[in-house]
Design a protein around this ligand. Structure first.
Ligand SMILES: [Zn+2]
Length: 435
């Protein structure tokens, strides 16, 4: 893995199979990057003296992917305790490893959900932006904001303690907490609007947070120019979110016709992240070694959530909702950097074609990141976040399930990863030295 290496002048990627992220069919040809922008896509380009050239024959060129619900500080998590016990000084290294794993797997952006402590993603974002740590573009999440007795509230009357959360009740506490997150540099506010199967007192179909609390959070976050996202599995919770102006809706398993209509009407404004991986992995038996067998999942009502996820998100796909991949990786059975597994789940569960799933991972994610439409596709003038894949994801979408087939990563025009094999096919001494 190469350290960050700035590319000066032009980079010409030659003879690649180009998937531009718009949904158009692939083409064969060259792609040119100048500075941090893509300047030419597909047209045959004659290399000039001083250009860096990469022979990409047989490789698949596509926009960098976007993790749509990032928990950078989650690593080998098996219980909430694993987020609470370590100190922030330790966890900032954990979050830095999470950022590195994402960029090595071809994720050039991370749209933040929440973190184990308030400023972990902020600290990593600053180091990555300064070029001192490898990692994607980061919209930093903070603590999950929840209400007394709901998901994230780890206290009992006899044992008050701090979870990976901020617990608020009422609109004034909500306003204060969102403002505090904004003050500390958080980009993405995250609300726990619905309950969750990991909190038996408030299961997934319940809605502990009031509409007024959600509305004030959205209004406050937007007043500071931040985005607001919500953990919402319940029908009522998701309706609160759409009505209150929440930007990103996470999970959204349960729906009725009214909610589907509301989401469709808001489809140019909202983004939806099903986070399909976590429950699918539990029901596939992948979490057995960590005490979460399919049988335990059954007691937690996870089969019902998964079944509803399939129904709801298949219907939302039909209605043109902007889905993002990723979310809830970093558990004991789902290491950071394997978020690309969701691509196959989008195909298998929600009826996406492989090309459409890649659009979710690239164009939709780029739009959610908020660069005014300049991120997520490979078109002249767009920001140069791109990857080369050794293989054809349209023929086998599972090859993006980890870092191995991602042989080249560029973010903002700077090379982040270059496999030794590909380095031998590049003409620049600087790139060869990156082996
Ligand atoms: Zn999450």
């Amino acid at each position: 893995m190469a350290e960050r290496r700035d590319t000066v002048g032009r980079t010409v990627i030659q003879n690649a199979t180009i998937f531009d992220g718009t949904g158009r069919p692939t083409t064969r040809g060259d792609l040119v990057v100048e500075g941090n922008r893509v300047t030419s896509v597909g047209a045959a380009t004659t290399a000039q003296p001083g250009d860096v050239t990469i022979d990409a024959r047989g490789l698949f060129l596509m926009p960098g992917m976007v993790e749509g619900h990032a928990h950078l500080s989650f690593e080998n998590v098996c219980a909430t305790e694993d987020l609470i016990t370590p100190c922030p000084e330790t966890q900032v290294f954990t979050a830095a490893r999470g950022a590195r794993a994402l960029i090595e797997a071809g994720f050039t952006s991370a749209y933040g959900a929440s973190e184990a402590k308030l400023k972990l993603a902020v600290a990593v974002r600053e180091e990555v932006n300064a070029g001192r740590l490898p990692g994607p573009r980061i919209r930093a999440g903070g603590l999950e904001i929840s209400v007394t007795g709901a998901m994230g509230d780890e206290s009992k009357a006899h044992n008050p303690r701090q979870g990976p959360s901020a617990i608020v009740d009422g609109v004034e506490e909500m306003r204060k907490t969102v403002r505090l997150h904004c003050r500390e540099g958080i980009d993405n506010i995250k609300l726990d609007v619905s309950g969750d199967p990991f909190y038996p007192g408030t299961p997934g179909h319940t809605t502990p947070m009031t509409f007024e609390e959600v509305r004030v959070a959205a209004e406050t976050a937007h007043a500071y120019g931040r985005k607001v996202n919500a953990h919402t599995r319940s029908i009522e919770g998701s309706k609160h979110c759409v009505r209150a102006g929440v930007d990103g809706l996470f999970h959204c398993e349960y729906a009725d016709e009214e909610l589907l209509d509301m989401m469709e009407a808001a489809r140019e404004r909202i983004f939806v992240v099903p986070t399909v991986g976590l429950f699918a992995q539990i029901m596939a038996g992948e979490a057995c070694a960590h005490g979460l067998s399919p049988e335990v999942g059954g007691y937690m009502n996870i089969p019902d959530l998964l079944e509803n996820s399939l129904k709801t998100h298949t219907e939302l796909r039909r209605r043109g909702i902007r889905h993002l991949i990723g979310g809830d990786y970093g558990f004991g059975w789902s290491p950071q950097g394997t978020q690309g597994r969701d691509l196959k789940s989008f195909v298998d569960f929600y009826g996406y074609t492989p090309a459409e799933a890649l659009v979710c991972a690239t164009r939709n994610g780029g739009l959610a990141m908020g660069y005014g439409g300049e991120l997520g596709t490979l078109e002249p003038g767009k920001l140069a976040d791109l990857i080369l894949v050794d293989g054809d994801p349209l023929a086998d979408i599972s090859i993006l399930a980890g870092p191995d087939k991602v042989v080249f990563v560029m973010k903002d025009g700077a090379v982040q990863k270059l496999s030794p094999t590909l380095a031998a096919r590049a003409n620049s001494p600087a790139l060869e030295a990156a082996e």
